[in-house]
Design a protein. Structure first.
Length: 261
């Protein structure tokens, strides 16, 4: 692991890709990660979805996630390019999220170049077979769901979202581990000018050839662990994993000693 809490400036990446952070109220290691990025020269940060536990286009959602939204806008102001590919937790996202985060929103994919390498970033939910989820996504993206939102106050929308999330969390802990990528869906997602496909959603971090497709899964952010991909100008893509609690422990201990001194 080459990333230190101070982010060594030697040969910095030009691209960072993260996903499946599932923020609940701005807590966890991700705000620390953004603070560390802010010390680096401006580059590109791509969030491939599920940044939030759930997102609603309401002032309450903006207030709930303010610590992260403020940091994202600060990166944009400092010259970073920020992109967010909407995941299943941002199915209702629109202009409010774009304005408050400073991110350019994309769906269902984002194509970019990394040197000579043509990279396609997707959330990953379309790489697996899940008819129930696809029906839900179709409903949330429909005109009728938009009309439903207009007819109900933010408190009601939030109640429904919490109920849906509670059902999701009640699934067996290893639910994602039994999900596999359908080779035909990977081939469909990579169709066109694409050398490498990068995805999330499955909460694993690996690089494999699936159906002839060079596929990288970015990994999730469980507890104090951060997982992401760094891209370099020569086309290299490198997985990173870092325990932020371990890195920050000396600082925490020093602060506690000072408090008791």
């Amino acid at each position: 692991m080459t990333l230190s809490p101070t982010l060594s400036a030697s040969a910095p990446p030009t691209l960072y890709i993260v996903g499946d952070i599932h923020l609940r109220a701005g807590e966890g290691p991700f705000p620390v990660f953004l603070d560390l990025l802010a010390r680096r020269a401006p580059a590109r940060l791509v969030i491939l979805g599920d940044l939030f536990d759930y997102w609603l286009e309401t002032a309450d959602a903006v207030a709930r996630y303010a610590p992260v939204l403020d940091r994202l806008r600060a990166l944009t102001a400092a010259g970073w390019q920020l992109d967010l590919v909407r995941g299943n937790r941002e199915m209702a996202a629109g202009r409010l999220l774009a304005a408050t985060s400073g991110c350019t929103l994309h769906w269902p994919r984002l194509d970019l170049r990394l040197g000579a390498r043509r990279v396609r970033v997707v959330h990953g939910d379309r790489l697996i077979t899940d008819p129930g989820y696809r029906a839900l996504r179709a409903w949330i993206g429909s005109f009728w769901h938009g009309a439903w939102q207009l007819l109900h106050p933010a408190a009601v929308q939030d109640l429904v979202a919490r109920w849906l999330r509670r059902g999701s969390r009640s699934q067996r802990p290893n639910a994602y581990r039994v999900i596999s990528v359908d080779p035909r869906r990977a081939q469909a997602a990579a169709r066109g000018p694409c050398d490498t496909l990068i995805a999330g959603h499955i909460h694993e971090q690996w690089r494999r050839t699936i159906g002839g497709v060079d596929l990288l899964l970015v990994g999730d952010w469980p507890d104090s662990i951060g997982q992401w991909i760094e891209g370099h100008a020569d086309g290299r893509l490198v997985h990173r994993r870092f325990d932020f609690a371990e890195a920050l422990l000396p600082k925490v201990l020093a602060e506690r000693a000072a408090d008791h001194g």
